[in-house]
Design a protein around this ligand. Structure first.
Ligand SMILES: *[C@@H]1O[C@H](CO)[C@@H](O)[C@H](O)[C@H]1NC(C)=O
Ligand SMILES: *[C@@H]1O[C@H](CO)[C@@H](O)[C@H](O)[C@H]1NC(C)=O
Length: 435
């Protein structure tokens, strides 16, 4: 950022730090202003996360009560039926089964998910608190260092790093990608009967990728060499997917008639395993997750649910795809038919709207862990990166010239520094390396 760049620009030809004047070396005033503006933002991020943990615990306790009440009623109804002595043994076996079932039930799965989400929020609170302390201390020491240029330079350098980290944590890094290369990989397997249509993809931390093959009604696991290594079938068309923990995804499965579900799938060492399922009255065409909140879109609304499936709120929009910013303060929604990208505050207020000739028929929006926003234009055959705040187009990352013929979905893998483009009826995914 500014200060360090300033030093090297102003001190061209100077090899020793001591040859620079303090003013040339670092713009301490600017640095101090930057710190003063970022500290309250970090504080509010921390407060936000503390509120999230509380609301997560509350919704979990409500869910737990419902499940326990259901079990109590079931046991009561069994007790009511038993009158004779010899039925007692059978009854005790039945109750044993109910309890065993309960232990394996969705409650346990949810408990694991909630623990995971809670731990990850707690970790980011710790990180955020530490960052605030470090920045305050560095701020103080820069003021006190006085004329010792070497020390001042080192302190400012550290400060720049911390500021950059803070911007990343706040989802404001604004890094623009540069494309480095591309490759195409087939995801068709021997028993697929249709051309694969990849409606969504998700990158795992170890570099593997999950893809949804809508035409063949499958979820496929792709390894680091982009070979399909495992698959599992779903009951209707898999339309969208998001990560809920580091090794679990929620898949929107719908047939537009009578199946409207969110199917949870876990990625084990080498296999995919279907888990619990949530069923809805409305269609489930896209899904996004952020710290225990599950966002599900029908064609006419965006619903916010808890992980247990309890409705929290509803917004009337026309979504074709949705995504949430890393800290949950912004929702991104694409409208395929009106060719636009909406940026909403978490209460639904429209913050920005993007329409651009280079982005027609958007089918998917994806947010990277650092908060960068990628949109897939199906009709314009483009992948564009959009500014996360004002929804301005930053750069067109790939076009039909790069074999993006029928793009339908996009996701970013930090592990392989590349984004993966899923295509419509093409059998291949494109992997575009970026920096
Ligand atoms: C299709 O092939 C995969 C392995 O490539 C296998 O796991 C799956 O059971 C097969 N499905 C059917 C319906 O044969
Ligand atoms: C997939 O798209 C590529 C161009 O990106 C094209 O060369 C190839 O023929 C297409 N495959 C199918 C099966 O349509």
């Amino acid at each position: 950022m500014i200060a360090i760049v300033l030093c090297f620009r102003q001190c061209t030809g100077v090899t020793q730090i001591s040859e620079c004047s303090r003013e040339q070396l670092v713009d301490t005033n600017q640095l101090s202003l930057n710190i003063q503006s970022i500290l309250p933002q970090l504080k509010s991020l921390q407060n936000n996360q503390e509120i999230r943990i509380k609301s997560l615990q509350k919704s979990y306790r409500e869910h737990e009560q419902i499940v326990i009440e259901q079990m109590r009623q079931m046991i009561n109804s069994m007790l009511g039926k038993s009158e004779k002595e010899h039925e007692q043994e059978e009854l005790s076996l039945k109750i044993h089964l109910v309890v065993a079932d309960f232990e394996k039930s969705a409650l346990k799965e949810i408990t694991n998910e909630v623990t995971f989400v809670k731990d990850s929020i707690a970790r980011s609170i710790t990180k955020c608190t530490r960052l605030q302390n470090d920045l305050s201390q560095l701020h103080d020491s820069i003021q006190k260092i006085g004329d010792n240029k070497e020390l001042c330079f080192i302190a400012c350098m550290k400060c720049e790093q911390k500021l950059q980290q803070a911007l990343t944590d706040l989802g404001k890094a604004g890094n623009v990608f540069t494309v480095k290369g591309k490759s195409a990989h087939t995801v068709k397997i021997s028993n697929d009967s249709h051309l694969c249509t990849i409606t969504a993809c998700c990158a795992l931390q170890d570099g593997r990728v999950l893809v949804l093959d809508e035409s063949n009604k499958k979820v496929k696991l792709v390894d680091q060499q982009y070979q399909v290594v495992s698959q599992c079938d779903v009951t209707a068309y898999p339309l969208d997917m998001c990560l809920t923990t580091s090794n679990e995804v929620a898949v929107a499965v719908d047939n537009i008639i009578d199946t409207h579900e969110i199917q949870f799938i876990e990625v084990n060492q080498h296999q995919l395993q279907t888990g619990r399922k949530l069923q809805f009255q409305h269609k489930c065409i896209c899904v996004a997750h952020n710290q225990g909140d599950l966002f599900i879109c029908s064609y006419t609304a965006l619903y916010k649910y808890s992980l247990g499936g309890k409705l929290v709120s509803r917004l009337f929009v026309d979504p074709s795809g949705c995504a949430v910013s890393p800290i949950g303060d912004k929702l991104y929604i694409v409208d395929h038919f009106k060719h636009k990208l909406l940026t909403l505050a978490s209460d639904g207020t429209v913050l920005a709207t993007l329409t651009d000739p280079g982005l027609r028929g958007p089918s998917c929006v994806h947010v990277t862990p650092a908060g960068q926003v990628l949109v897939c234009g199906h009709k314009s055959r483009t992948i564009v990166q959009v500014d996360s705040k004002n929804s301005r187009k930053l750069i067109t990352l790939a076009t039909a010239m790069d074999d993006v013929w029928n793009p339908f979905s996009v996701c970013y893998s930090s592990t392989s520094s590349s984004f993966i483009v899923g295509q419509w009826r093409n059998n291949t995914i494109l992997v575009i390396k970026v920096e």
